[in-house]
Design a protein around this ligand. Structure first.
Ligand SMILES: Cc1cc2nc3c(=O)[nH]c(=O)nc-3n(C[C@H](O)[C@H](O)[C@H](O)COP(=O)(O)O)c2cc1C
Length: 371
């Protein structure tokens, strides 16, 4: 409600400035806040899990099995306890400056990054466009970030009580055949501070990156990283789940080949999906012709189609985080019904404000009573 009032003012700034202004306000609130730093607790989690089974089962897939035991204390998944099912997607807090103020908004988990081994500036501005009538964004940021080491150090001092994911990638100027070294370097650097790590092979703004989803490239990359985890696990006395973030632009054959690889390796989950290079429907905004990854409402249908195929291919128990186009509570419920155990928001937050977190959680709880 309040966000609806200030949004026209915020949208008067360019998108980067608007986020800086909004985050400055959130940081101020964080500094003075006396309320607990804890995320919303999903009081309906236990029952939502069992309803999810019914709802998802009737759609030909299953998500709730993967969610494990849950209840007022949260959702157990991948050996982690998620306070609730709604998280912040990668890219919003690339450098990990704002985990605490963002956590205070109620997110059950926050994914920082994408981080690369070396700091890099990303693509020149303008590189982020609002498509207001379409409730969408197009970005070609290109992994601007301060580098894994600085970010990992910053994350050590967080107070946020939810789950922290770190999303890792490669520097734009690392030759593709050396990509594995970049991901391994990032994993080593962030392992100690991360609750889970997402291997990002799907951003459209780093040339060649999405080719790492091809079987010939994905298998060696994942093998190296799961082997590295074996080494890091005893050093840090924890097993950090590894997830793979996939593109909504995968063909059916691609989904089949990626699923085959993921079933054969000890990878812990999927994040589906990243932004799309397609322009799925007639878009109203002039900025629709900009190059980059499209997110928001027009992405939802494509994202859910890929998610549903992945759920069918991976079976009921494989953890999947659903992200893409959740700009309303109803679309959040649709992503959950398509087989997502957990949900992430990005573009919806820009258009609807933080109230969307609670609205989606309430809608998930509402699935209890209506099914
Ligand atoms: C401005 C912007 C920057 C993003 N940066 C990243 C990133 O660094 N790494 C990543 O894995 N995804 C990134 N994403 C993709 C989001 O995490 C998410 O997968 C995508 O936007 C779809 O969700 P949405 O429709 O709710 O925004 C970015 C998205 C946006 C809009």
């Amino acid at each position: 409600m309040l966000y609806g009032l200030i949004r026209p003012w915020l949208f008067g700034f360019d998108p980067h400035r608007a986020q800086a202004v909004a985050m400055a306000a959130l940081r101020m609130r964080n500094a003075f806040a006396r309320d607990a730093l804890a995320p919303y607790l999903d009081a309906g989690a236990e029952a939502t899990g069992s309803v999810g089974a019914g709802a998802v089962g009737s759609a030909g897939a299953g998500a709730a099995g993967a969610a494990g035991p849950a209840g007022p204390a949260g959702i157990q998944l991948m050996g982690l306890r998620f306070p609730n099912r709604v998280g912040l997607a990668a890219g919003f807090d690339k450098n990990g400056y704002d985990v605490d103020p963002l956590g205070r908004l109620g997110f059950g988990f926050i994914e920082v990054g994408t981080v690369t081994p070396r700091p890099q500036a990303g693509n020149p501005r303008p590189n982020l466009f609002r498509l207001v009538p379409d409730e969408a964004l197009i970005n070609r940021l290109g992994f601007n970030n301060e580098g894994a080491a600085a970010i990992a150090q910053r994350l050590e001092s967080r107070r946020y009580a939810g789950v922290l994911g770190v999303n890792i990638g490669k520097n734009f100027d690392t030759p593709l055949e050396k990509s594995v070294d970049d991901y391994a370097s990032c994993l080593r650097t962030v392992y100690g501070v991360a609750d889970y790590v997402t291997i990002n092979v799907s951003s459209p703004n780093t040339p060649g990156l999405r080719g790492l989803q091809d079987p010939g490239a994905l298998r060696p990359l994942l093998l190296e990283l799961v082997n590295l985890r074996e080494q890091l696990q005893p050093v840090h006395s924890k097993r950090v789940p590894l997830l793979v973030k996939l593109s909504p632009d995968l063909t059916d054959e691609h989904v089949a080949s990626v699923s085959r690889e993921l079933r054969e390796l000890p990878v812990d989950g999927i994040v589906a999906t990243n932004t799309t290079i397609s322009r799925p429907q007639p878009l109203k905004s002039a900025a629709a012709t900009e190059t980059g990854g499209l997110s928001g409402r027009p992405l939802h249908s494509r994202s859910v189609t890929v998610l549903r195929s992945l759920r069918a291919a991976m079976g009921a128990d494989f953890p999947i985080i659903g992200v893409g186009g959740i700009v309303s509570a109803e679309l959040g419920a649709a992503t959950r019904k398509a087989g997502a155990d957990l949900l992430q928001l990005y573009t919806g937050l820009i258009y609807q404000g933080p109230a969307l977190i609670r609205e989606v959680l309430d809608e998930l709880t509402g699935m209890l009573t209506t099914h």
